[in-house]
Design a protein around this ligand. Structure first.
Ligand code: AMP
Length: 425
């Protein structure tokens, strides 16, 4: 079977790597892919902002399965468009992807189905927000309704900063495009956990829980990024808590979507805050996370293609999953300056030595192959990912491998997994 993967980051590299291990797969095509992906898959150009461009490519390639990586094509309706052409595609429809593409939709949905989440209000103007704000304690969280690539959330210590943030969102100053709706939310405290599940529209199958590190600086300081690292362990949540999240959050979400005639098929990524009053939903993503996918797929022993097809066909309940027990970690090597401005085009070396470290896979987030030389081509460049029987060992392997890698301006956090390690001592 030929598999087409849409996207160009570390998540797509990990997907291509996992798909390629399936015995049923004869060819992997990634569009547009990147330098690292081109070493294991055929990369072809596509415009991920254009449904026409993606549909044209899929019709020309005729894949047996298409996997959609990023949120933008999902929110534009790529799954609906490819299904209309009779193609098999893994991911939610445009309507189902609203769980991610509209925070107002997600919050109202959570409230309708009594799924735990922070108290909120949806506002359509800064004036409305000023009125709603008095019902909340400070600090308060102001969020863009639409997709914002991690830049749409502002935590405000004063009424004044919240009103300013809302003005910046409504005017387009913050995100480039003007928001029509803004969500304000009660500020929650606790540890954040990423709980990813596969869903076939009726049933869910959870991955191991993971914890990511969004801030650029060690000790979780500095601005937010797309993710500087992640780890996953079997004991990040105890069995009772995993069951609770499954029965009170994941399953009711999928059931609620089905009840409202919007089957959610794909990856349901639940961003949770583990608060003193229990887990609360911070956000949904309607796709594999990046870099969570890198850390989760290296632990998946069963066939990813079988699992994704079971989601499409509504057979998830009959599908068995096998995972490597223990832990995994992914450390992102980025270009200095990221998430602000940074330079690209620097040669990357040491990849072969890094790959020699036991249990390590290096997934490329932003690289380009020019001739036979891999060059940096993004803010996040590589995701050095390791699997082992313990978190300590997985981290040791990832850091041993990343020390072999060089490019000008390489920056990575040396404290991935610090919260879990601290909780153990
Ligand atoms: P979101 O895109 O909604 O997940 O928000 C991005 C990040 O902002 C989260 O990962 C949290 O670190 C933070 N955040 C979002 N909502 C809240 C909240 N209600 N309370 C505290 N922090 C939040």
């Amino acid at each position: 079977m030929k598999v087409l993967i849409l996207g160009s980051g570390g998540r797509e590299h990990a997907l291509a790597w996992a798909v390629k291990r399936s015995e049923r797969v004869t060819e992997v095509v990634c569009a547009p892919g990147n330098g690292g992906i081109s070493q294991i898959a055929r990369c072809v150009p596509v415009d991920l902002k254009s449904i026409d461009s993606m549909v044209r490519l899929a019709l020309a390639e005729q894949p047996g399965l298409t996997i959609v990586g990023p949120e933008l094509p999902l929110s534009l309706g790529i799954v609906d468009a490819l299904e209309a052409e009779g193609l098999r595609v893994f991911g939610p429809t445009e309507a189902a992807a609203r769980l991610e593409s509209s925070k107002a939709f997600a919050k109202r949905f959570l409230q309708r189905f009594n799924i735990p989440t922070a108290k909120y209000a949806v506002c359509t103007s800064a004036v409305e927000l000023e009125k709603a704000i008095d019902k909340f304690h400070l600090p308060i969280v102001v969020k863009a309704d639409g997709l914002a690539a991690g830049k749409g959330v502002v935590i405000c210590d004063s009424r004044q900063t919240a009103v300013e943030a809302a003005h910046d969102l409504f005017s387009g100053k913050l995100l480039g495009e003007a928001e029509h709706q803004v969500v304000i939310e009660e500020f929650l405290t606790g540890d954040e956990v990423s709980f990813l599940c596969l869903s076939d529209g009726k049933h869910v199958a959870p991955f191991a829980p993971a914890q990511d590190h969004k801030r650029i600086g060690e000790g979780d300081t500095g601005p937010n990024t797309g993710g500087m690292g992640v780890y996953s362990t079997d004991d990040l949540l105890d069995e009772g808590m995993k069951e609770w999240i499954l029965h009170h959050i994941a399953e009711p979400t999928v059931r609620g979507m089905a009840e409202e005639d919007t089957l959610f098929k794909g990856v349901l990524y639940i961003g949770l805050m583990m608060t003193p009053r229990g887990p609360q939903v911070l956000e949904f993503n309607a796709r594999f996370g990046d870099p969570e996918t890198q850390a989760l797929l290296v632990r998946m022993e069963s066939d990813l293609v079988d699992a994704l097809e079971a989601c499409i066909d509504g057979r998830l309940a009959e599908t068995e999953f096998r995972w490597t027990p223990g832990a995994s970690a992914c450390v992102i090597a980025s270009s200095v300056g990221y998430p602000g401005s940074y330079e690209t085009g620097f040669p990357i070396s040491g990849l072969a030595a890094a790959a020699q470290v036991q249990g390590v896979e290096v997934f490329h987030s932003g690289s380009a192959l020019v001739g036979s030389q891999l060059l940096t081509a993004g803010g996040r460049v590589l995701g050095v990912t390791a699997v082992a029987s313990s978190l300590e060992e997985a981290l040791a392997r990832a850091y041993e491998a990343i020390a072999e890698i060089h490019f000008e301006g390489i920056y990575y956090r040396r404290d991935i997994g610090h919260r879990a390690l601290k909780n153990r001592t």
